[in-house]
Write a protein of this length. Structure first.
Length: 414
């Protein structure tokens, strides 16, 4: 799988971008707030249909498009997959509501055919490295659950289907729990929702347990390499179900049966709480070194290293599960690392199938690495090839001096 071509129209600060990827390594250099991260976000959006940053779809549309009668954004990627070309397209456009308010929705097409967001998952597989990845270790359990969900949806669409149905059932069951708490009633009203929640919850839990077991082995290997054997990382999946008999190889039906029994036994407690207290929606990943929980006792350096090891493990997990090497998206990663880890990552990335890397400073990379990469300089949503950069800088400097001279002359005349 390989990203060959990317087109952005009215996306963030890109009025129009048409970019080919002839080289496996692409480096985007520029100061902050120029559009480097926006480009990575666009690729991630085409892979997952979700933005890691925007709260609403409307935020993804360029401000410059706001004056248009129907502002929209269009993202298109051409990928090569198993020897065949595929075209992925995502359009964000408004729909007129009865109250006159504009609501922005995504439209997805694959090879020109309208599709669901679910159909997009797995077409373009990516692993994203953000500066915020440290929160995977230091942050809340919700972020770690979301991380697992995004990863597994890329390798298994049935997982994503179970996840959507689980969340729908969970919402309805929680509503019923609150009704029973406020108004009372027969507890057997929960039986139907208990069974449905356990059915989908068992499927989610089985897939997560298996994935977590594989990730734990891979992440420990990368942690050891990143620390020159100095840290032995352990990672485990912590479920709200009792651990007795729960293993990475546990079958979905087996786990569903256990979950149903515990939901049934805990009904009164959950009615009092007004929410479901058992299930994958409350599970967590635990990371320890020498028995110490990294979330509570780990240094920022340890947490950052572990987050990096986890993301590298994710890339290898996706490759093993699907036979396709994911596209690596790295947002200013090198600036967060010390010199030994920079060298390690440069060596690893030099052999990557494909990676798009942002940086503020090209000096973060060895010269040999830069020579193998396609380097672009990003300024205010415009991409300038490295080969033309010196001419561009000279012209910009000359224009700046001419404008300054004109201003001085005008001031003298005044």
């Amino acid at each position: 799988m390989y990203l060959k071509h990317l087109v952005l129209v009215n996306f963030r600060n890109y009025r129009h971008l048409d970019l080919a990827f002839p080289c496996p390594l692409t480096i985007l250099q520029g100061p902050n707030a120029q559009g480097k991260t926006n480009l990575l976000e666009a690729v991630y959006l085409l892979a997952t249909s979700k933005s890691p940053h925007a709260q609403t779809d409307q935020q993804l549309i360029a401000w410059s498009a706001g004056s248009e009668p129907l502002p929209f954004a269009r993202l298109m990627a051409e990928i090569e997959k198993r020897g065949e070309s595929r075209r992925l397209e995502l359009i964000i456009a408004p729909t007129q509501q009865t109250n006159g308010q504009m609501v922005f929705r995504k439209q997805i097409r694959i090879d020109g055919v309208p599709k669901r967001a679910l159909d997009l998952l797995g077409e373009l597989k990516v692993v994203m490295f953000w500066p915020e990845d440290i929160e995977l270790i230091a942050g809340s359990p919700a972020g770690r659950r979301r991380y697992l969900d995004v990863m597994l949806c890329q390798v298994d669409r049935s997982y994503c289907s179970h996840l959507m149905q689980y969340n729908q059932v969970l919402e309805r069951r929680n509503r019923l729990l609150r009704i029973l708490r406020e108004a009372g009633g027969d507890l057997e009203q929960l039986a139907f929702w208990d069974a449905k929640l356990a059915e989908h919850g068992g499927a989610l839990l089985a897939r997560r347990l298996s994935a977590a077991a594989q990730l734990a082995i891979l992440a420990a290997e990368f942690q050891s390499q990143l620390t020159a054997g100095g840290e032995a990382l352990e990672m485990r999946y912590r479920s709200t179900l009792s651990d007795g008999g729960m293993e990475a190889s546990s079958a979905p039906a087996e786990l569903a049966e256990q979950m149903l029994a515990e939901l049934t036994a805990g009904r009164r407690r959950e009615i009092a709480a007004g929410q479901t207290l058992i299930g994958p929606h409350r599970d967590d990943l635990i990371f320890t070194i020498d028995g110490y929980d990294l979330r509570t006792f780990g240094s920022r350096g340890q947490q950052r290293t572990t987050a990096l090891a986890l993301k590298l493990a994710e890339a290898e997990f996706i490759r093993r599960e699907t036979g396709e090497t994911p596209l690596l998206l790295l947002d200013d990663l090198m600036s967060e690392l010390d010199e030994p880890r920079r060298r390690y990552m440069a060596e690893l990335l030099a052999g990557a199938h494909q990676a798009i890397i942002t940086t503020t400073d090209l000096r973060d990379f060895p010269e040999a690495f830069l020579q193998r990469a396609e380097v672009w300089h990003v300024r205010q949503g415009n991409l300038i090839p490295h080969a033309q950069w010196n001419d561009h800088e000279r012209n910009s400097s000359q224009e700046h001096h001419e404008e300054a001279g004109d201003a001085d002359q005008s001031a003298g005349q005044a």
